[in-house]
Design a protein around this ligand. Structure first.
Ligand code: FES
Length: 354
């Protein structure tokens, strides 16, 4: 049975940037972003990690990392790694919420069989809050609570664009639950929350604040949302010749040694973030942002054989033809922009095709 799958520890980590960081010089800001982003990337294989920005939605937090891991030690190791970076010296923990996956105590038709593993959808926004019920609620007969929760779920199903993720915090953290709704339309979520206010279960809410509206994006876009110099290519590694491109000109973006066969790298051409790939000695360059969501395609996987070269998006498995950007399968519908690449003097140069 799938529900036998091991439960996960879930953490919502909210970070606030010290504005003093914005007064550093551009080179330092770029290096800090690159180092911090790479620290995040190093943990991709160890836990589920979604990155969000709250710039423009909250005053007391700038970044949020939604994490789901098999053990507490992994969550701790990630935080230690992040705070060991130079940017970590400028980040405060604004909020931290710990929870765990668990099957719901109530029975509902059509609920996913496996509630022990966090399986995020592909939505643009995440609405998160800690949740505490009154003790009176727990003294109600189970049948009464089941009935109230059925009403709750029935209201929720009127808003199919909103998807709920509930995890349990009893004894692990101050709240009882962490509630996280995924959606693409803030207005739809607002209507849902307003309608839920009149439900019976809502009368037993003790606390459901603070509430966070988070925008999902790649770690690079999230870092750039903080302001400062963009998270450009590494400084001081021999490609100080990286400069703003002249229109239609080939522009150096990295050295050949920066991208070994089988590797990829995120670089910049002016304000365009570009994913560079070395596939068996042949270089490809495409726009770094997936046309489906905000995934960073430089973190994607390349599948190649003698005839095709396919780039798979790291978030939802959308596939593109790496040579011409055509969407091939999965949720992707819009082609990704491609760039011409040439090698000269040990440098990788790219130029916009159109
Ligand atoms: Fe969804 Fe790339 S972000 S397939």
């Amino acid at each position: 049975m799938a529900s036998e799958e091991r439960r996960q520890l879930v953490r919502y980590l909210f970070l606030k940037l010290d504005p003093a960081w914005r007064r550093l010089d551009a080179g330092e800001q770029q290096t800090h972003k690159q180092q911090f982003g790479n620290a995040i990337k190093d943990f991709r294989a160890r836990l589920l990690l979604r990155t969000y920005s709250l710039v423009g939605t909250r005053g007391d937090a700038d970044l949020m990392f939604w994490q789901a891991a098999e053990d507490l030690e992994t969550l701790q190791a990630l935080e230690t790694a992040l705070f060991s970076t130079a940017l970590g010296g400028y980040l405060d923990i604004a909020y931290s919420f710990l929870a765990m996956t668990r099957k719901s105590s109530y029975e509902f038709p059509d609920t996913p069989e496996n509630q022990n593993v966090v399986q995020p959808a592909d939505c643009s926004y995440l609405f998160v809050y800690p949740f505490v019920k009154t003790r009176t609620w727990y003294r109600l007969p189970f049948e009464e609570r089941q009935e109230a929760m059925e009403e709750h779920v029935t209201i929720g199903r009127k808003y199919p664009g909103v998807r709920i993720n509930t995890t349990f915090s009893f004894g692990l953290d101050d709240q009882e639950f962490m509630v996280a709704f995924e959606g693409d339309d803030p207005a739809e979520f607002l209507e849902l929350v307003m309608e839920l206010r009149s439900s019976k279960a809502s009368a037993y809410t003790e606390r459901d604040t603070p509430t966070f509206t988070c925008l999902q994006m790649s770690i690079w876009d999230a870092l750039d949302s903080l302001g400062g110099a963009p998270a450009s290519a590494d400084e001081g590694e021999g490609h100080g010749d990286v400069r703003a491109p002249s229109h239609g000109q080939f522009t150096p973006v990295a050295t050949v040694r920066d991208v070994e066969p089988g590797e990829s790298k995120r670089v910049y051409l002016g304000s365009d973030a570009i994913a560079l790939f070395n596939v068996g000695g042949e270089f490809h360059a495409v726009n770094d942002r997936c046309t489906h969501g905000r995934a960073s395609l430089s973190e994607g996987t390349v599948h190649s054989n003698s005839e095709t070269c396919v780039l798979e998006c790291p978030w939802h498995g959308g596939k593109f033809d790496l040579a011409n950007g055509t969407p091939l399968s999965g949720p992707v519908r819009v082609p990704i922009k491609t760039y011409q690449v040439k090698i000269a003097g040990g440098m990788i140069l790219v130029r916009s095709v159109s």
